[in-house]
Design a protein around this ligand. Structure first.
Ligand code: PEP
Ligand code: MG
Length: 577
Protein backbone atom coordinates (compact mmCIF):
# COMPACT_ATOMS: atom_id res chain seq x y z
CA UNK A 1 0.00 0.00 0.00
CA UNK A 2 1.30 3.45 -0.81
CA UNK A 3 1.91 6.24 1.66
CA UNK A 4 -1.18 8.36 2.43
CA UNK A 5 -1.81 11.85 3.73
CA UNK A 6 -5.09 12.67 5.37
CA UNK A 7 -6.73 16.06 5.19
CA UNK A 8 -10.10 17.67 4.83
CA UNK A 9 -12.18 16.73 1.80
CA UNK A 10 -12.73 19.74 -0.41
CA UNK A 11 -15.01 17.86 -2.79
CA UNK A 12 -15.04 17.45 -6.52
CA UNK A 13 -14.41 13.70 -6.83
CA UNK A 14 -11.14 11.95 -7.61
CA UNK A 15 -8.04 12.98 -9.59
CA UNK A 16 -4.97 10.99 -10.65
CA UNK A 17 -1.97 12.95 -11.97
CA UNK A 18 1.58 14.03 -11.15
CA UNK A 19 2.18 16.67 -8.47
CA UNK A 20 3.03 20.23 -9.41
CA UNK A 21 4.65 21.77 -6.36
CA UNK A 22 3.96 25.45 -5.82
CA UNK A 23 6.82 25.91 -3.37
CA UNK A 24 8.99 29.02 -3.23
CA UNK A 25 12.58 28.10 -4.20
CA UNK A 26 15.60 29.56 -2.40
CA UNK A 27 16.34 32.82 -4.19
CA UNK A 28 18.72 34.26 -1.61
CA UNK A 29 21.83 36.02 -2.90
CA UNK A 30 25.05 34.20 -2.01
CA UNK A 31 27.62 36.67 -3.42
CA UNK A 32 27.53 40.45 -3.12
CA UNK A 33 30.61 41.65 -5.06
CA UNK A 34 32.28 40.78 -8.37
CA UNK A 35 35.53 41.39 -10.27
CA UNK A 36 33.77 40.95 -13.58
CA UNK A 37 31.38 43.86 -13.87
CA UNK A 38 30.73 43.33 -17.60
CA UNK A 39 29.65 39.76 -17.01
CA UNK A 40 27.20 40.88 -14.29
CA UNK A 41 25.78 43.63 -16.50
CA UNK A 42 25.24 41.07 -19.28
CA UNK A 43 23.47 38.73 -16.83
CA UNK A 44 21.25 41.60 -15.80
CA UNK A 45 20.33 42.45 -19.40
CA UNK A 46 19.60 38.80 -20.17
CA UNK A 47 17.37 38.40 -17.15
CA UNK A 48 15.39 41.54 -18.06
CA UNK A 49 15.02 40.43 -21.69
CA UNK A 50 13.88 36.89 -20.81
CA UNK A 51 11.50 38.22 -18.16
CA UNK A 52 9.97 40.75 -20.57
CA UNK A 53 9.31 38.00 -23.15
CA UNK A 54 7.87 35.72 -20.51
CA UNK A 55 5.54 38.45 -19.24
CA UNK A 56 4.39 39.36 -22.76
CA UNK A 57 3.46 35.75 -23.39
CA UNK A 58 1.60 35.39 -20.07
CA UNK A 59 -0.14 38.69 -20.70
CA UNK A 60 -1.35 37.60 -24.13
CA UNK A 61 -2.60 34.33 -22.71
CA UNK A 62 -4.40 36.08 -19.86
CA UNK A 63 -6.11 38.49 -22.26
CA UNK A 64 -7.01 35.65 -24.65
CA UNK A 65 -8.57 33.72 -21.77
CA UNK A 66 -10.36 36.90 -20.69
CA UNK A 67 -8.68 36.48 -17.35
CA UNK A 68 -8.80 40.15 -16.38
CA UNK A 69 -7.49 39.67 -12.87
CA UNK A 70 -4.30 37.90 -13.94
CA UNK A 71 -3.79 40.35 -16.79
CA UNK A 72 -3.82 43.37 -14.44
CA UNK A 73 -0.93 42.07 -12.28
CA UNK A 74 1.13 40.93 -15.25
CA UNK A 75 0.58 44.26 -17.05
CA UNK A 76 2.00 46.04 -14.02
CA UNK A 77 5.09 43.85 -14.01
CA UNK A 78 5.64 44.49 -17.69
CA UNK A 79 5.47 48.22 -17.12
CA UNK A 80 8.10 47.90 -14.38
CA UNK A 81 10.38 45.82 -16.61
CA UNK A 82 10.00 48.14 -19.55
CA UNK A 83 10.53 51.31 -17.52
CA UNK A 84 14.12 52.30 -18.44
CA UNK A 85 14.98 53.80 -15.09
CA UNK A 86 14.47 50.57 -13.13
CA UNK A 87 16.98 48.57 -15.16
CA UNK A 88 19.36 51.54 -15.47
CA UNK A 89 19.46 52.14 -11.72
CA UNK A 90 20.39 48.51 -11.12
CA UNK A 91 23.04 48.63 -13.83
CA UNK A 92 24.50 51.75 -12.27
CA UNK A 93 24.74 49.95 -8.90
CA UNK A 94 26.67 47.09 -10.51
CA UNK A 95 29.14 49.40 -12.25
CA UNK A 96 29.62 51.85 -9.38
CA UNK A 97 29.83 49.36 -6.51
CA UNK A 98 30.95 46.17 -8.25
CA UNK A 99 27.82 44.42 -7.09
CA UNK A 100 26.76 41.09 -8.54
CA UNK A 101 23.61 41.30 -10.68
CA UNK A 102 21.63 39.33 -8.07
CA UNK A 103 22.69 41.58 -5.20
CA UNK A 104 21.98 44.75 -7.17
CA UNK A 105 18.48 43.52 -8.10
CA UNK A 106 17.80 42.66 -4.47
CA UNK A 107 19.05 46.00 -3.19
CA UNK A 108 17.02 48.02 -5.70
CA UNK A 109 13.88 45.95 -5.10
CA UNK A 110 14.19 46.39 -1.33
CA UNK A 111 14.67 50.13 -1.79
CA UNK A 112 11.60 50.34 -4.08
CA UNK A 113 9.46 48.36 -1.63
CA UNK A 114 10.57 50.52 1.32
CA UNK A 115 9.83 53.68 -0.63
CA UNK A 116 6.41 52.41 -1.70
CA UNK A 117 5.34 51.08 1.67
CA UNK A 118 2.44 53.52 2.04
CA UNK A 119 -1.02 52.05 2.45
CA UNK A 120 -2.34 54.19 -0.39
CA UNK A 121 -5.08 52.46 -2.42
CA UNK A 122 -3.74 50.56 -5.38
CA UNK A 123 -0.14 50.54 -4.20
CA UNK A 124 -0.60 47.21 -2.53
CA UNK A 125 -1.17 45.51 -5.89
CA UNK A 126 1.93 47.21 -7.36
CA UNK A 127 3.95 45.92 -4.43
CA UNK A 128 2.71 42.41 -5.16
CA UNK A 129 3.68 42.92 -8.81
CA UNK A 130 7.16 44.09 -7.76
CA UNK A 131 7.68 41.14 -5.41
CA UNK A 132 6.65 38.78 -8.16
CA UNK A 133 8.91 40.52 -10.66
CA UNK A 134 11.82 40.19 -8.24
CA UNK A 135 11.29 36.43 -8.14
CA UNK A 136 11.26 36.22 -11.94
CA UNK A 137 14.44 38.31 -12.40
CA UNK A 138 16.28 36.41 -9.66
CA UNK A 139 15.25 33.03 -11.02
CA UNK A 140 16.87 33.88 -14.37
CA UNK A 141 19.99 35.35 -12.78
CA UNK A 142 20.44 32.34 -10.49
CA UNK A 143 19.28 29.80 -13.08
CA UNK A 144 16.49 28.46 -10.82
CA UNK A 145 13.14 27.66 -12.38
CA UNK A 146 10.03 29.10 -10.72
CA UNK A 147 6.83 27.08 -10.53
CA UNK A 148 4.17 28.63 -12.76
CA UNK A 149 0.89 26.69 -13.14
CA UNK A 150 -0.16 28.96 -16.01
CA UNK A 151 2.56 27.27 -18.11
CA UNK A 152 1.23 23.77 -17.48
CA UNK A 153 0.81 21.82 -20.68
CA UNK A 154 -0.16 18.55 -19.05
CA UNK A 155 -2.62 17.57 -16.35
CA UNK A 156 -1.31 18.02 -12.83
CA UNK A 157 -2.31 18.25 -9.20
CA UNK A 158 -1.28 21.52 -7.57
CA UNK A 159 0.39 21.04 -4.19
CA UNK A 160 0.66 24.31 -2.26
CA UNK A 161 1.10 25.58 1.27
CA UNK A 162 -1.97 27.78 0.94
CA UNK A 163 -3.91 29.45 -1.87
CA UNK A 164 -6.25 32.37 -2.29
CA UNK A 165 -9.62 32.27 -4.10
CA UNK A 166 -7.99 34.41 -6.79
CA UNK A 167 -5.25 31.77 -7.33
CA UNK A 168 -7.92 29.16 -7.93
CA UNK A 169 -9.82 31.44 -10.31
CA UNK A 170 -6.63 31.78 -12.40
CA UNK A 171 -5.99 28.05 -12.81
CA UNK A 172 -6.64 26.60 -16.22
CA UNK A 173 -9.19 23.89 -15.49
CA UNK A 174 -7.98 21.80 -18.46
CA UNK A 175 -4.65 21.18 -16.75
CA UNK A 176 -5.25 21.69 -13.04
CA UNK A 177 -7.15 18.52 -12.18
CA UNK A 178 -6.64 18.48 -8.42
CA UNK A 179 -5.47 20.55 -5.45
CA UNK A 180 -3.70 19.58 -2.23
CA UNK A 181 -2.76 22.12 0.45
CA UNK A 182 -1.01 22.22 3.81
CA UNK A 183 -3.37 24.81 5.26
CA UNK A 184 -7.08 25.42 5.05
CA UNK A 185 -10.26 24.08 6.57
CA UNK A 186 -13.34 22.77 4.80
CA UNK A 187 -14.89 26.22 4.84
CA UNK A 188 -11.85 28.36 4.08
CA UNK A 189 -12.65 30.42 1.01
CA UNK A 190 -10.18 28.75 -1.31
CA UNK A 191 -11.57 25.34 -0.46
CA UNK A 192 -15.08 26.67 -1.14
CA UNK A 193 -13.69 27.76 -4.52
CA UNK A 194 -12.31 24.30 -5.32
CA UNK A 195 -15.80 22.91 -4.74
CA UNK A 196 -17.42 25.58 -6.86
CA UNK A 197 -14.97 24.89 -9.68
CA UNK A 198 -15.52 21.14 -9.15
CA UNK A 199 -11.77 20.52 -8.72
CA UNK A 200 -11.05 17.46 -6.55
CA UNK A 201 -9.29 18.82 -3.48
CA UNK A 202 -7.84 17.85 -0.12
CA UNK A 203 -6.95 20.76 2.17
CA UNK A 204 -5.35 21.04 5.61
CA UNK A 205 -2.93 18.11 5.16
CA UNK A 206 -0.39 20.14 7.20
CA UNK A 207 2.67 18.51 5.57
CA UNK A 208 1.93 18.01 1.85
CA UNK A 209 4.54 20.47 0.59
CA UNK A 210 7.19 18.84 2.77
CA UNK A 211 6.31 15.26 1.87
CA UNK A 212 5.43 15.48 -1.80
CA UNK A 213 8.18 16.02 -4.37
CA UNK A 214 7.47 17.75 -7.64
CA UNK A 215 6.37 15.17 -10.20
CA UNK A 216 5.36 12.49 -7.65
CA UNK A 217 2.38 10.62 -8.96
CA UNK A 218 -0.68 11.27 -6.78
CA UNK A 219 -4.26 10.22 -6.25
CA UNK A 220 -6.47 12.91 -4.70
CA UNK A 221 -9.67 11.61 -3.16
CA UNK A 222 -11.69 14.78 -2.61
CA UNK A 223 -14.64 12.75 -1.31
CA UNK A 224 -12.87 11.23 1.69
CA UNK A 225 -10.02 13.73 2.16
CA UNK A 226 -7.18 11.37 1.23
CA UNK A 227 -4.02 11.77 -0.86
CA UNK A 228 -2.09 8.67 -2.02
CA UNK A 229 1.60 9.21 -2.84
CA UNK A 230 3.19 7.11 -5.61
CA UNK A 231 0.19 4.76 -5.76
CA UNK A 232 0.64 1.14 -6.80
CA UNK A 233 -0.86 -0.07 -10.10
CA UNK A 234 -3.59 -1.84 -8.11
CA UNK A 235 -4.48 1.39 -6.29
CA UNK A 236 -4.55 3.29 -9.57
CA UNK A 237 -6.96 0.69 -10.98
CA UNK A 238 -9.13 0.89 -7.87
CA UNK A 239 -9.35 4.71 -7.94
CA UNK A 240 -9.87 4.87 -11.69
CA UNK A 241 -12.88 2.64 -11.12
CA UNK A 242 -14.08 4.87 -8.26
CA UNK A 243 -13.63 7.98 -10.41
CA UNK A 244 -15.66 6.27 -13.16
CA UNK A 245 -18.42 5.31 -10.70
CA UNK A 246 -18.49 8.86 -9.38
CA UNK A 247 -18.76 10.32 -12.90
CA UNK A 248 -21.54 7.84 -13.80
CA UNK A 249 -23.46 8.60 -10.62
CA UNK A 250 -23.21 12.32 -11.32
CA UNK A 251 -24.41 11.71 -14.86
CA UNK A 252 -27.35 9.60 -13.73
CA UNK A 253 -28.49 12.47 -11.52
CA UNK A 254 -28.88 14.58 -14.66
CA UNK A 255 -32.55 13.55 -14.89
CA UNK A 256 -33.22 15.69 -11.81
CA UNK A 257 -31.84 18.82 -13.43
CA UNK A 258 -35.15 20.28 -14.49
CA UNK A 259 -37.11 19.03 -11.51
CA UNK A 260 -38.02 20.85 -8.33
CA UNK A 261 -36.66 19.65 -5.00
CA UNK A 262 -39.41 17.68 -3.29
CA UNK A 263 -39.15 15.39 -0.27
CA UNK A 264 -40.62 11.86 -0.26
CA UNK A 265 -43.63 13.22 1.65
CA UNK A 266 -44.22 16.00 -0.86
CA UNK A 267 -42.66 19.12 0.68
CA UNK A 268 -40.95 21.53 -1.66
CA UNK A 269 -37.56 23.00 -0.76
CA UNK A 270 -35.70 25.49 -2.84
CA UNK A 271 -32.07 24.72 -3.74
CA UNK A 272 -30.15 27.67 -5.08
CA UNK A 273 -26.54 27.95 -6.16
CA UNK A 274 -23.73 29.85 -4.47
CA UNK A 275 -21.74 31.99 -6.88
CA UNK A 276 -18.23 33.18 -6.20
CA UNK A 277 -17.40 34.52 -9.63
CA UNK A 278 -20.21 36.02 -11.76
CA UNK A 279 -19.12 33.83 -14.70
CA UNK A 280 -20.30 30.73 -12.80
CA UNK A 281 -23.92 31.51 -13.65
CA UNK A 282 -24.00 29.11 -16.62
CA UNK A 283 -22.74 26.18 -14.58
CA UNK A 284 -25.27 27.06 -11.88
CA UNK A 285 -28.07 26.91 -14.43
CA UNK A 286 -26.73 23.69 -15.91
CA UNK A 287 -26.63 22.14 -12.46
CA UNK A 288 -30.35 22.55 -11.87
CA UNK A 289 -30.21 25.55 -9.51
CA UNK A 290 -33.64 26.93 -8.58
CA UNK A 291 -32.17 30.39 -8.18
CA UNK A 292 -29.06 31.96 -6.66
CA UNK A 293 -29.12 31.73 -2.88
CA UNK A 294 -25.81 33.47 -2.34
CA UNK A 295 -23.88 35.64 -4.73
CA UNK A 296 -20.67 36.62 -2.92
CA UNK A 297 -20.45 40.14 -4.34
CA UNK A 298 -16.95 40.65 -2.92
CA UNK A 299 -15.72 38.51 -5.80
CA UNK A 300 -16.19 41.58 -8.02
CA UNK A 301 -13.76 43.43 -5.77
CA UNK A 302 -11.07 40.75 -5.58
CA UNK A 303 -7.89 40.31 -7.63
CA UNK A 304 -7.70 43.89 -8.85
CA UNK A 305 -6.19 47.13 -7.64
CA UNK A 306 -9.15 49.43 -8.24
CA UNK A 307 -12.68 49.32 -6.92
CA UNK A 308 -15.41 48.31 -9.37
CA UNK A 309 -17.47 51.38 -10.24
CA UNK A 310 -21.22 51.59 -9.59
CA UNK A 311 -21.76 51.08 -13.33
CA UNK A 312 -19.55 47.98 -13.48
CA UNK A 313 -21.33 46.50 -10.48
CA UNK A 314 -24.73 47.37 -11.94
CA UNK A 315 -23.91 45.56 -15.20
CA UNK A 316 -22.68 42.47 -13.33
CA UNK A 317 -25.73 42.31 -11.02
CA UNK A 318 -28.10 43.05 -13.87
CA UNK A 319 -26.68 40.18 -15.93
CA UNK A 320 -27.07 37.67 -13.10
CA UNK A 321 -30.56 38.85 -12.19
CA UNK A 322 -31.73 38.91 -15.82
CA UNK A 323 -30.13 35.54 -16.66
CA UNK A 324 -31.86 33.84 -13.75
CA UNK A 325 -35.31 35.36 -14.32
CA UNK A 326 -37.88 34.33 -13.12
CA UNK A 327 -35.89 32.71 -10.29
CA UNK A 328 -34.73 34.67 -7.26
CA UNK A 329 -31.14 35.95 -7.02
CA UNK A 330 -29.89 36.80 -3.53
CA UNK A 331 -26.93 39.13 -3.73
CA UNK A 332 -24.96 39.51 -0.57
CA UNK A 333 -23.41 42.90 0.01
CA UNK A 334 -19.64 43.27 0.34
CA UNK A 335 -18.20 40.75 2.79
CA UNK A 336 -14.48 41.41 2.89
CA UNK A 337 -11.86 40.74 5.54
CA UNK A 338 -10.81 37.55 7.31
CA UNK A 339 -9.39 35.31 4.58
CA UNK A 340 -10.76 37.52 1.81
CA UNK A 341 -8.36 40.46 1.53
CA UNK A 342 -9.07 43.01 -1.19
CA UNK A 343 -6.03 44.68 -2.76
CA UNK A 344 -8.01 47.77 -3.74
CA UNK A 345 -9.10 48.40 -0.15
CA UNK A 346 -6.31 48.98 2.29
CA UNK A 347 -7.39 48.28 5.84
CA UNK A 348 -5.08 48.70 8.82
CA UNK A 349 -3.42 45.48 9.97
CA UNK A 350 -5.48 43.88 12.74
CA UNK A 351 -4.50 41.32 15.36
CA UNK A 352 -7.75 39.39 14.86
CA UNK A 353 -9.04 40.06 11.36
CA UNK A 354 -11.95 37.60 11.68
CA UNK A 355 -13.15 39.62 14.70
CA UNK A 356 -12.29 42.95 13.22
CA UNK A 357 -13.37 45.43 10.61
CA UNK A 358 -14.86 42.93 8.19
CA UNK A 359 -18.06 42.54 6.29
CA UNK A 360 -21.08 44.76 7.10
CA UNK A 361 -19.07 46.63 9.72
CA UNK A 362 -16.68 47.68 7.00
CA UNK A 363 -19.48 48.73 4.63
CA UNK A 364 -21.24 50.83 7.26
CA UNK A 365 -17.96 52.57 8.09
CA UNK A 366 -17.31 53.25 4.40
CA UNK A 367 -20.38 54.86 2.84
CA UNK A 368 -18.29 55.81 -0.20
CA UNK A 369 -18.06 52.07 -0.95
CA UNK A 370 -21.41 50.93 0.45
CA UNK A 371 -23.69 53.48 -1.21
CA UNK A 372 -22.57 52.85 -4.82
CA UNK A 373 -23.10 49.13 -4.21
CA UNK A 374 -26.64 49.80 -2.91
CA UNK A 375 -27.40 51.93 -5.98
CA UNK A 376 -26.03 49.28 -8.34
CA UNK A 377 -28.21 46.63 -6.67
CA UNK A 378 -31.33 48.79 -6.71
CA UNK A 379 -30.86 49.64 -10.38
CA UNK A 380 -30.39 45.95 -11.20
CA UNK A 381 -33.57 45.03 -9.32
CA UNK A 382 -35.86 45.95 -12.21
CA UNK A 383 -34.39 43.19 -14.40
CA UNK A 384 -35.71 40.22 -12.45
CA UNK A 385 -36.22 38.99 -8.90
CA UNK A 386 -33.44 40.42 -6.78
CA UNK A 387 -33.10 40.02 -3.02
CA UNK A 388 -30.43 41.82 -1.00
CA UNK A 389 -28.72 40.19 1.94
CA UNK A 390 -26.46 41.80 4.55
CA UNK A 391 -23.62 39.62 5.89
CA UNK A 392 -22.30 39.16 9.41
CA UNK A 393 -25.00 41.15 11.17
CA UNK A 394 -24.14 41.30 14.88
CA UNK A 395 -26.86 43.60 16.22
CA UNK A 396 -30.32 44.84 15.32
CA UNK A 397 -29.00 48.42 15.15
CA UNK A 398 -26.49 47.34 12.54
CA UNK A 399 -29.18 45.68 10.42
CA UNK A 400 -31.48 48.69 10.69
CA UNK A 401 -28.62 51.03 9.77
CA UNK A 402 -27.87 48.93 6.68
CA UNK A 403 -31.53 48.81 5.64
CA UNK A 404 -31.72 52.58 6.09
CA UNK A 405 -28.80 53.15 3.71
CA UNK A 406 -30.52 50.95 1.12
CA UNK A 407 -33.81 52.80 1.58
CA UNK A 408 -32.16 56.23 1.35
CA UNK A 409 -30.47 55.28 -1.89
CA UNK A 410 -33.76 53.96 -3.26
CA UNK A 411 -35.46 57.28 -2.51
CA UNK A 412 -32.64 59.25 -4.13
CA UNK A 413 -32.78 57.10 -7.26
CA UNK A 414 -36.55 57.38 -7.47
CA UNK A 415 -36.35 61.16 -7.04
CA UNK A 416 -34.14 61.17 -10.14
CA UNK A 417 -36.66 59.02 -11.98
CA UNK A 418 -34.45 55.93 -11.98
CA UNK A 419 -36.51 52.77 -11.60
CA UNK A 420 -36.17 50.23 -8.79
CA UNK A 421 -38.36 47.17 -8.20
CA UNK A 422 -41.30 47.84 -5.91
CA UNK A 423 -40.66 44.81 -3.79
CA UNK A 424 -37.13 43.81 -2.88
CA UNK A 425 -36.70 41.27 -0.15
CA UNK A 426 -34.05 42.44 2.31
CA UNK A 427 -32.59 39.71 4.45
CA UNK A 428 -29.58 39.03 6.61
CA UNK A 429 -27.11 36.29 7.28
CA UNK A 430 -27.20 34.68 10.67
CA UNK A 431 -23.57 33.85 11.34
CA UNK A 432 -22.78 35.51 14.67
CA UNK A 433 -24.00 33.94 17.95
CA UNK A 434 -25.43 37.29 19.10
CA UNK A 435 -27.72 37.30 16.05
CA UNK A 436 -28.92 33.80 16.96
CA UNK A 437 -29.81 34.94 20.45
CA UNK A 438 -31.63 38.01 19.13
CA UNK A 439 -33.28 36.20 16.21
CA UNK A 440 -36.79 36.91 17.54
CA UNK A 441 -36.23 40.67 17.30
CA UNK A 442 -34.23 40.54 14.09
CA UNK A 443 -36.97 38.48 12.44
CA UNK A 444 -39.40 41.37 12.95
CA UNK A 445 -37.29 43.55 10.65
CA UNK A 446 -35.60 41.15 8.22
CA UNK A 447 -37.57 39.63 5.32
CA UNK A 448 -35.58 36.42 5.57
CA UNK A 449 -32.59 34.82 7.25
CA UNK A 450 -29.85 32.82 5.63
CA UNK A 451 -27.67 30.85 7.99
CA UNK A 452 -23.94 31.24 7.33
CA UNK A 453 -22.89 28.01 8.98
CA UNK A 454 -19.22 28.53 8.07
CA UNK A 455 -18.86 31.63 10.17
CA UNK A 456 -21.49 30.62 12.70
CA UNK A 457 -19.48 27.49 13.54
CA UNK A 458 -16.22 29.42 13.76
CA UNK A 459 -17.69 32.06 16.05
CA UNK A 460 -19.55 29.56 18.25
CA UNK A 461 -16.40 27.56 18.97
CA UNK A 462 -13.93 30.45 18.68
CA UNK A 463 -12.08 28.27 16.16
CA UNK A 464 -10.71 29.88 12.99
CA UNK A 465 -12.41 28.23 10.00
CA UNK A 466 -9.19 28.24 7.96
CA UNK A 467 -6.88 26.85 10.63
CA UNK A 468 -6.48 23.08 10.36
CA UNK A 469 -4.87 22.99 13.83
CA UNK A 470 -8.21 23.79 15.44
CA UNK A 471 -10.30 21.82 12.94
CA UNK A 472 -11.15 19.33 15.72
CA UNK A 473 -13.09 22.11 17.48
CA UNK A 474 -14.76 23.33 14.32
CA UNK A 475 -17.73 20.95 14.43
CA UNK A 476 -20.60 21.92 12.18
CA UNK A 477 -22.69 18.96 13.33
CA UNK A 478 -22.16 19.71 17.02
CA UNK A 479 -25.40 19.98 19.07
CA UNK A 480 -24.40 23.58 19.91
CA UNK A 481 -24.66 24.53 16.24
CA UNK A 482 -27.82 22.47 15.76
CA UNK A 483 -29.51 24.21 18.69
CA UNK A 484 -28.49 27.60 17.31
CA UNK A 485 -30.01 26.75 13.93
CA UNK A 486 -33.23 25.40 15.43
CA UNK A 487 -33.57 28.49 17.61
CA UNK A 488 -33.08 30.72 14.55
CA UNK A 489 -35.60 28.80 12.42
CA UNK A 490 -38.25 28.84 15.16
CA UNK A 491 -37.79 32.58 15.74
CA UNK A 492 -38.11 33.34 12.03
CA UNK A 493 -41.14 31.11 11.54
CA UNK A 494 -42.86 32.73 14.51
CA UNK A 495 -42.68 35.98 12.54
CA UNK A 496 -43.75 34.30 9.30
CA UNK A 497 -40.29 34.65 7.73
CA UNK A 498 -38.40 32.02 5.76
CA UNK A 499 -34.94 30.69 6.58
CA UNK A 500 -32.23 29.47 4.22
CA UNK A 501 -28.78 28.08 4.75
CA UNK A 502 -25.89 29.00 2.48
CA UNK A 503 -22.79 27.84 4.38
CA UNK A 504 -21.04 24.56 3.55
CA UNK A 505 -23.38 22.72 5.90
CA UNK A 506 -26.03 23.09 3.17
CA UNK A 507 -24.17 20.59 0.98
CA UNK A 508 -23.18 18.23 3.78
CA UNK A 509 -25.39 15.19 3.15
CA UNK A 510 -25.18 14.15 6.81
CA UNK A 511 -26.70 17.48 7.80
CA UNK A 512 -29.53 17.32 5.23
CA UNK A 513 -31.94 15.17 7.32
CA UNK A 514 -31.42 17.44 10.33
CA UNK A 515 -31.88 20.64 8.35
CA UNK A 516 -35.11 19.33 6.84
CA UNK A 517 -36.31 18.23 10.25
CA UNK A 518 -35.48 21.61 11.77
CA UNK A 519 -37.60 23.41 9.19
CA UNK A 520 -35.03 25.05 6.90
CA UNK A 521 -36.92 26.36 3.85
CA UNK A 522 -34.14 27.03 1.37
CA UNK A 523 -30.65 25.66 0.66
CA UNK A 524 -27.88 27.29 -1.31
CA UNK A 525 -24.67 25.47 -2.23
CA UNK A 526 -21.93 24.96 -4.79
CA UNK A 527 -23.40 23.90 -8.12
CA UNK A 528 -21.95 20.38 -8.15
CA UNK A 529 -23.73 19.45 -4.92
CA UNK A 530 -27.22 20.49 -6.03
CA UNK A 531 -28.32 17.29 -7.79
CA UNK A 532 -26.92 14.87 -5.18
CA UNK A 533 -28.68 16.78 -2.38
CA UNK A 534 -31.88 17.05 -4.45
CA UNK A 535 -31.84 13.31 -4.93
CA UNK A 536 -31.25 12.69 -1.21
CA UNK A 537 -34.10 15.02 -0.20
CA UNK A 538 -36.33 13.06 -2.58
CA UNK A 539 -35.80 10.00 -0.39
CA UNK A 540 -36.49 11.64 2.98
CA UNK A 541 -39.80 11.97 4.83
CA UNK A 542 -39.64 15.30 6.63
CA UNK A 543 -42.29 14.39 9.20
CA UNK A 544 -40.31 11.36 10.30
CA UNK A 545 -37.17 13.39 10.98
CA UNK A 546 -38.29 15.38 14.02
CA UNK A 547 -37.35 12.69 16.59
CA UNK A 548 -33.87 12.50 15.05
CA UNK A 549 -33.50 16.28 15.37
CA UNK A 550 -34.56 16.12 18.99
CA UNK A 551 -32.11 13.32 19.73
CA UNK A 552 -29.24 15.03 17.87
CA UNK A 553 -29.77 18.31 19.72
CA UNK A 554 -29.38 16.42 22.96
CA UNK A 555 -26.28 14.48 21.96
CA UNK A 556 -22.97 15.27 23.62
CA UNK A 557 -20.81 15.89 20.58
CA UNK A 558 -20.70 15.84 16.79
CA UNK A 559 -19.45 12.26 16.69
CA UNK A 560 -22.58 11.04 18.45
CA UNK A 561 -24.72 13.10 16.10
CA UNK A 562 -22.98 11.58 13.08
CA UNK A 563 -23.54 8.06 14.38
CA UNK A 564 -27.21 8.76 15.04
CA UNK A 565 -27.75 10.10 11.55
CA UNK A 566 -25.97 7.21 9.85
CA UNK A 567 -27.87 4.71 11.99
CA UNK A 568 -31.29 6.24 11.39
CA UNK A 569 -31.21 7.46 7.80
CA UNK A 570 -30.86 4.45 5.46
CA UNK A 571 -30.94 6.71 2.38
CA UNK A 572 -27.41 7.84 3.27
CA UNK A 573 -25.96 4.33 2.94
CA UNK A 574 -25.27 4.63 -0.77
CA UNK A 575 -24.52 8.30 -0.74
CA UNK A 576 -21.08 8.89 -2.21
CA UNK A 577 -20.76 12.61 -2.65
C1 PEP B 1 -20.86 31.49 5.81
O1 PEP B 1 -20.17 32.11 6.62
O2 PEP B 1 -21.40 30.40 6.05
C2 PEP B 1 -21.05 32.02 4.45
C3 PEP B 1 -21.87 31.45 3.60
O3 PEP B 1 -20.33 33.11 4.09
P1 PEP B 1 -18.76 33.06 3.74
O4 PEP B 1 -18.37 31.62 3.62
O5 PEP B 1 -18.57 33.81 2.46
O6 PEP B 1 -18.15 33.75 4.90
MG1 MG C 1 -19.73 34.18 6.29
Amino acid sequence: MSRQLNGIAAGGGIAIAPAYLLGVPDLSVKQQHTDNVNHEVARLHDSFAITANELREICQRAHAQLNKQAAVVVDMQLQLVLADDFQQTIEHQIVANKYTAGYAVKKETDRWLAENASSEQGLHQRRIAMQDLFKRLMSHILGIELPDPSRLKHQAIIVAHSLTPTDIARFDRRYVVGIVSDLGGSTSHFSIMTKEKAIPGVVGTKTATREILDGTSLIVDGIHGRVLLSPTPAEIDEYEKKAGDYAREMESLGVLKHQRTVSADGRHFEIGANLFMPDEIESAKNSGAEGIGLMRSEALFMGRDTLPSEEEQFLAYKKIVADMTPERVIIRTLDIGGDKPIAAIQTPTEDNPFLGMRSLRFSLAHPEIMRPQMRALLRASVYGRLAVMFPMVSTLDEFLAARKVLEEERQKLQAKGIGCANQIEVGMMVEVPAAVEMADQLAQYADFFSIGSNDLTQYMFAADRGNSQVAHLYQTLHPAVLRAIKHTVDAAHAEGKWVGICGEMANNSLATPLLLGMGIDEFSMNSTSILPIRSLIGELHVRQLQPLVHQAMNARNAKEVRQMIIGRVPALKNFNF
